[in-house]
Every structure is written in C-alpha cells, then in structure tokens.
Design a protein around this ligand. Structure first.
Ligand code: ADP
Length: 212
C-alpha cells in the first residue's frame, strides 16, 4: 500500500527518474543526479518503505504503480508448457466408443487417440462420446476413429512453447485440452503430455502467489 507521505524535492526527482527510466539501478540514479550512491541510500529507503518504489535484485528500482503490469508480463514470458503439463490419457484408434467411455470414467477429460506406432491420429472429447452415444449405433462395435477429430485438424503444442500462447489457443479454438507433442523422425507426433484448462488455472494461481 502506498502511504501518503510528504516527499522532499530530491525524492520527487528520484521518483520521476525511476518512472521514466525504471527498472534502474541505484548506481544509475546516482549518476543522473551527480550524487554518490551512499548519499541516495536514505532517500531510496524512504521511497521503498513508503511503497512508491520497489527493488529487485539484478533488476534495480521500479515504480510500483507502473511496473506491476510490466512484471506480470515479464513473468508470463517465463512460464513454459513443460512447467505445467500433466499426463495425457491416450487410447488406441481401434478401441470401441464403449471402451473409450469407460476410460473417461476411469481417467479424466479428453482422450488422445494414437495408432499402432503410438503416433497421434485423433482427439476424443467427452461431447464427441456423448454425441455418439445418443445415436442408434452399437457402441461396443463402433471404433473411436470413426467419430474422433482427426489429423491434420488437431491443435498441438510443444514443451518449450509459452504457456500463455497455449492458453490463447484454448480460447481461440474453444477446446479444453491440447496435446503436448514431440515430432518424430517419421514426421509423426508422439504425445508426451497435455495442457488443460486445469493446468492454466494452476499457473494462474501460482502467479498470484509469486513474490513480484
Ligand atoms: P467438449 O466437446 O466435451 O465440450 P472440447 O471443447 O475440448 O470438449 O471439444 C470440442 C470439439 O473440439 C470436439 O469435437 C473435440 O474432438 C475437438 N477438440 C478437442 N481438443 C482438440 C484439439 N486439441 N485439437 C483439435 N480438436 C480438438
């Protein structure tokens, strides 16, 4: 919280320098004022304690009002898929819709469908399965590859992608889950993880707990 305290002229000047140039080191502020770092120390301490400025090791001083948004952006650019991905649920393309439904009950969420070489060929959401079940088909003899969303229409991501970019894809494509894949030498994709809305929620909560 910013407490309203009277700032002296030098403190006002420092505040303005940090607003214009932050993040900036104490050394650089001192240089701009033709003063020594030691002379400025009490002023910087007051500005920091009063909540006008904050300091970060190796980054320097920044104006709190302006920089929290900047810092959030900075943090978002440091969160990768590999930091939050979870275990995928994978089924073979020849299993029946009936067995896929049983798998959804045992596991959780969207199923990723793979061929005999374990390469990604499709995606099965809960509604895909629900839709098939209200039809007149025999579910235990209907293979999932008839009803799944198939390649090349699958939205995928890689472990080194930024989590924020994957979150944007979830929204843009209106889907709940994206497989994390690794390209194979045969131009196929192996499923090594998944990002769901739950993973994004976890990252969101962790951001709030992060000491900015
Ligand atoms: P639900 O259908 O249960 O609401 P989704 O919103 O995730 O779940 O899925 C909507 C549709 O998009 C489904 O037909 C599903 O097969 C397809 N889908 C889901 N995830 C992906 C993905 N990563 N890439 C392409 N299509 C997907």
């Amino acid at each position: 919280m910013v407490k309203k305290i009277e700032l002296n002229k030098r403190q006002e000047t420092i505040l303005q320098i940090v607003k214009d140039n932050g993040p900036i080191t104490g050394e650089h502020i001192a240089e701009k004022l033709n003063l020594t770092r030691a002379t400025l120390r009490p002023d910087l301490a007051i500005l920091t304690m009063a909540g006008y400025l904050d300091a970060r090791p190796r980054v320097g001083y920044f104006y709190t009002g302006k920089s929290s948004a900047q810092l959030l952006t900075e943090s978002l650019k440091n969160i990768f898929v590999k930091d939050y991905q979870s275990m995928p649920v994978v089924v073979n393309e020849n299993i029946s819709v009936y067995d896929a439904i049983v798998t959804v009950f045992l596991e959780d969420g969207t199923l990723f469908v793979v061929d005999e070489n374990l390469l990604l060929v499709g995606v099965l959401s809960r509604k895909d399965l629900l839709r098939a079940s209200i039809g007149k088909q025999e579910l235990s003899s209907l293979p999932v590859n008839i009803i799944m969303t198939r390649m090349p229409n699958i939205t995928m991501c890689k472990k080194d992608d930024l989590l924020i970019d994957v979150a944007k894809k979830l929204i843009e494509k209106q889907i709940d889950s994206i497989p994390v894949v690794k390209e194979t030498t045969t131009n196929g994709y192996e499923v090594i993880g998944r990002i769901t809305k739950t993973n994004i929620t976890k990252a969101f909560v962790a951001l709030a707990d992060e000491d900015l």
